[in-house]
Design a protein around this ligand. Sequence first.
Ligand code: T46
Length: 138
Amino acid sequence: MQVVKYVFQPHGDNRGQLVSLEEYTDIPFEIKRVYYMYDTIEGVVRGHHAHKNLQQILFCVHGSCKVLLDNGKEKKIVPLEKPYEGLYVANNMWREMYDFSPDAVLMVLASEPYNEADYIRDYDEFLKFVGIDSGRNK
Ligand code: T46
């Protein structure tokens, strides 16, 4: 499985750092939604789903967390620890976010508006979606 982690250029000077993200230039899709999570309770695991169409880029703009990516055949754990790093998550990827530091702010740029019908929340349904026989996994 190929993990796509973008490393953006911080524009630093003696006042601090600034990262700029432009759709199509830095982000490979039109940004239709931005959301972020914070005050995450210790030990929680978020996500547990895939999407039918949605593409996203995840940034831990403060603190740190881990993201488990699972394409149905292979799993990878990706730490997000730098505010200038963005993890691309394709639609057909099961994702779980966990190990949030108490100060973590996870910001997500999304290619589509919020749509509950786009979620695949059942792992067997996800395996079917990616064309894998559910007997072999989880
Ligand atoms: C994803 C991962 C990385 C909204 O009303 N609008 C929104 O845009 C979103 C994302 C959520 N919500 C509501 C729906 C739920 O009542 O906020 C609540 C929490 O959402 P959810 O349980 O889906 O959050 P996570 O952290 O499990 O997953 C989220 C995204 O939903 C998902 O698309 O890929 O972050």
